[in-house]
Design a protein around this ligand. Structure first.
Ligand SMILES: Cc1cc2nc3c(=O)[nH]c(=O)nc-3n(C[C@H](O)[C@H](O)[C@H](O)COP(=O)(O)OP(=O)(O)OC[C@H]3O[C@@H](n4cnc5c(N)ncnc54)[C@H](O)[C@@H]3O)c2cc1C
Length: 465
């Protein structure tokens, strides 16, 4: 008897236009790896699609054979959902076309694009698509979960800038979802992750921008707690054009860090002004001392400056949550935890959303929570497998300490693979509606390697029929 993956391969062989890679193929070893080395799996078949017809064929073949199927864009899922053992990976890395209409300020990009491919193409026309902060991240996974980065306060989440999706659903059909067609699906795709099908094209709004002003500083010792309190108190009234991020970490041993700070616990501050530099001067002076150096940076330089900090193939583990307000004791707990951080590249990332993202009504998209502006991401980052246990334990312990002060909720793209029980919490009052859409478009849960919304037999939407 043939296995499900053998059946899938036989069904695709001869008509699939992309690459079909199996464990004995030379290109397989490289194609198998994903960004997070904590998740090393061995798929039975990697189907690297050349076009939409390949995606449809792969979905139909795997569905008919009953093969476990993962979908991969950039492979940056922290949870490792874009691979599996023994099953199929639908790999979209050959589908990276981007087109831009400068006059209309609109763009389209294919389902396998990395953020960098979109940034490069849109910058050629002086435009931007608001996305994340590391250019080798996949756009599809990031956007489908919500997507935030440097421009979120100014222009909203990535999903707030999507006007239409083209996707291949579980039965292999091609479906369009936008404000007029399949509106429930359009709603669900804006935050509901990869639950509903393989998105082959995104239609998006773009905004004019070519450069920004950035100021960066490190603070040490007792100043760390004071800085966190000032940040907390300042951000609720900050203009949308200002983004102030803080990372609590060990200062790296690099040339751009003063010698007496290297290896010490620090708060690393990045303050961004998205607009006229003159207009921003007073705000930047208020946030950081006027003595702190600030520079005008091209948008592409901004979008790639963190790329080397999060390389492929290291070990990563994360836990994340929101705070409606950040109390003194949570601040003190985070600062204290720095003293025992197990790896010099493990960090506590703090961001404040608000701005344009918070002005979109809660029910307008499926995205989790827009009302709790403080986002805390505990991100362990290390290289040696012998340090796995210490890093995971440190993150879990700190999360346990902070959790009682957090607002229920979590950003699905900052979740690990051991947090299935938090998926309903991520969507809260949007959960039942998401279950209805899932039950309609994927009743057998073919797309289940994701922060999964399980279909029910009884629920089915009426509006998209
Ligand atoms: C270094 C790094 C930096 C990050 N920075 C940010 C950031 O600034 N802002 C932010 O919001 N998030 C950020 N994230 C989190 C990021 O949003 C998620 O990791 C996201 O899943 C990455 O997308 P991907 O396409 O690379 O993922 P993949 O691992 O390829 O896919 C993840 C999941 O997305 C779904 N998926 C992928 N492609 C498709 C498709 N075409 N159609 C349907 N479903 C699909 C699948 O369910 C898949 O399981 C970052 C992650 C990393 C690792």
């Amino acid at each position: 008897m043939k296995t499900a993956i053998e059946e899938t391969f036989i069904s695709l062989k001869g008509r699939f236009r992309g690459d079909l890679l199996r464990p004995h193929d030379e290109a397989y070893a490289h194609a198998r790896g994903i960004w997070n080395a904590m998740v090393a799996r061995t798929p039975g078949l990697i189907a690297r699609c050349a076009d939409v017809a390949d995606v449809q064929a792969a979905v139909r073949a795997a569905s008919a054979a009953g093969a476990l199927t993962a979908v991969r864009c950039g492979g940056h899922s922290l949870a490792g959902f874009s691979t599996c053992d023994g099953g199929l990976v639908i790999d979209l890395s050959r589908m990276r076309d981007v087109s831009v209409d400068r006059e209309a300020r609109r763009g389209r990009f294919a389902g396998g694009c990395l953020l960098g491919s979109i940034d490069v193409a849109t910058q050629q026309e002086g435009l931007v698509f608001p996305s994340g902060v590391v250019s080798h991240t996949g756009a599809a996974g990031l956007v489908l979960g919500g997507g935030f980065g440097w421009l979120t306060r100014r222009h909203g989440l990535s999903v707030d800038n999507v006007e239409g999706f083209t996707l291949v659903t579980a039965d292999g059909s091609m479906v369009h979802a936008n404000g007029k067609q399949n509106a429930e699906l359009f709603w669900a795709l804006r935050g509901g992750g990869g639950n509903f099908g393989v998105v082959t094209e995104f239609e998006v709004k773009l905004h004019p921008l070519t450069s920004v002003v950035l100021a960066e500083a490190l603070c040490l010792g007792d100043d760390i707690s004071g800085t966190l309190r000032r940040w907390r108190d300042f951000m609720p009234d900050a203009p949308d054009k200002l983004k102030w991020n803080l990372n609590l970490r060990i200062a790296p041993n690099t040339e751009n860090v003063p010698a007496d700070s290297r290896g010490r616990p620090v708060a690393s501050e990045s303050v961004l002004w998205v607009g006229d530099p003159e207009e921003g001067r007073a705000y930047l002076d208020h946030v950081l001392s006027p003595a702190v150096n600030r520079k005008v940076l091209s948008y592409l330089a901004l979008q790639t400056m963190a790329d080397n900090e999060f390389p492929h193939g290291r070990h990563y583990y994360t836990k994340s949550g929101y705070f409606k307000s950040l109390d003194d004791s949570s601040i003190d707990q985070m600062v204290q935890a720095l003293a025992t951080v197990p790896s010099p590249t493990t960090q506590i990332e703090l961001a404040y959303l608000g701005g344009a993202a918070a002005r979109v009504a809660a029910g307008e998209t499926a995205f989790g929570d827009r009302s709790s502006p403080f986002v805390v991401n505990l991100l362990a980052n290390w290289s040696d497998a012998s340090e796995d246990a210490a890093n995971v334990a440190w993150i879990r312990n700190l999360f346990k300490v902070l959790r009682p002060s957090m607002t229920p909720g979590v950003y699905v793209n900052f979740m690990s693979g051991d947090e299935d029980d938090r998926v309903p919490e991520a969507y809260r009052e949007r959960w039942d509606r998401l279950v209805e859409v899932k039950s309609h478009y994927d009743p057998n849960n073919f797309f289940r390697l994701n922060q999964n919304i399980q279909p029910t037999k009884t629920a089915s939407i009426k509006r998209d029929r």
